[in-house]
Design a protein around this ligand. Sequence first.
Ligand code: PHE
Length: 433
Amino acid sequence: HAPPLLELENIKFNTDEWTNLPVHIASALPRKLHLQPSHPLAITRTLIESQFPKPIYKSYNQLSPIVSVHQNFDSLGFPIDHPGRSRTDTYYVNKQTVLRTHTSAHQADTFRAAETDGFLISADVYRRDAIDRSHYPVFHQMEGARMWSRSVCGGDVVAAIYKDLENLPKHNMVIEDPNPTIHAERNPLQPEHSAEEAQAIAAHLKRSLENVVVEIFGHAKKAAVAAGEAKEEDEPLRVRWIEAYFPFTSPSWELEVFWQGNWLELLGCGVVRQHLPTNAGVPDKIGWAFGVGLERVAMLLFGIIDIRLFWSQDARFLSQFSEGKITRFVPFSKHPPCFKDIAFWLGSSSSAAGGGAVFYENDLMEAVRGAAGDLVEDVRLVDEFIHPKTGRRSLCFRINYRSLERTLTNEEINKLQEQVGAAVVEKLGVELR
Ligand code: PHE
C-alpha cells in the first residue's frame, strides 16, 4: 500500500522514508507572523526594509516555505555531504522536498526573475535544533541582495558601484574591521572577479548593513532609555566585521554588535558566488547578499527575552505592539519554572551493549516539543554514564517546564513528563531508567 499523503498549504505531497515533518511543526506554516502588521517580527521587518530604497530593492514576503532540495542546497553549491542536509537538521516533506532552512533558498529564482537590481525576501525558516530561550525550530530571516551589470553604460562597473556607495547615507559609528577584504586562504577572491570588483562590492555591502545597524540600535537604545533600562550617555555602539564562510558567497563576513555586554552575531553576508547569477541566466551580474535573523533583532528592539513569546496568541502579549512602533515589552508576569529529569539507556533493552541506533540530540528535542509543546523552556544534558559491566550508555536530561502565560500545576507537569517519557521511548527506542 502507498505511503500516506501529506497536505501542506492545500497541496498534497507524497511521503517516503525521508519524511520527518511532525504535525506540531507543520501547524506553524499558516501563522505567517512576519505578515501580521502589529506583530514585533513584522515591525522589525518593515524597519529593516525602510533602509533599502524602492524601486532599487523589491520585497518578496509571500514565497512558499516548501522548497526543493535543489533550491535549498544544490543551487547554492552546498556539497552533497554537508551536515545541513541531514534529516537530523532539516525537515523533509519527502526525499526531494524540504521546509526551507534559510531564505537563501530563493536566491537563484530571484536572480533568474531579475525584476530589480536589489531584493529583500522575508520568510519563516525551519531547522531542527536545541530547545532554549533563543532557539525555536521555526524562525524568520530576511535575505537581501544587490546586483550590478558588468555591461553598464560606459562599461565601468566598479565606478558604477562606487557611485552608488557615494549616495548611501554616512554614519559615524565605530567599526572594527581588522582583516583585509580579500585573503587568499581565509576569504578568497573568486576566479571570476577582479580584486577591484570584489573590493567595490564589499564596500557597498558593508556600508549598507552598517546603516541598518545604526538605525536599529538607535531605536533599541531609545526604547531602552525610555524604559529606564539604559542611559543616554551609555557607551556608544560598537560593531565588528568577522571573516566567515558560506558555500554561496566569497569573500564572506559576519557582522557582530556589542550590546548589553555581549558580542552578538547579527547576520551573514558576502560577495555572491558567480555560479548563482550564471546558472540563473544573468551571467553578467555581480553583487552581494546578506541574511539576517529577525527574531535576534526583534528580541533586542522590544526586550523580548524568550523566543517562544513570538508564537503567543495571548492578548497580553499581542496587544502591547502596534504597527510602526518600537516599545519595550512588559512581561505580564513571571511564572515559576519546574525542573524534571529524564534518564534513559541508549539502545533497546534487547540490544546488549546499547549500540545499534545512534542517538541524536535533535531527535530528543523534537520528541519533547511534540509531547509538551511551548510549555518547555529548555532542555539540557546534565549527566552521562557508561555502565562498567554492560558498557551501555545512559543519558540524563533536565527539562525545564514553564508556561509564559500561567502557573502550571504539579499535576499538569507530572502528566506532561509522563507524555514526554512515552514519546521519547516511542520515537527514540530508548529505555527509561
Ligand atoms: N543563509 C545564511 C544563513 O542562514 C546567511 C547568508 C545569507 C549568508 C546570504 C550569506 C549571504 O546562515
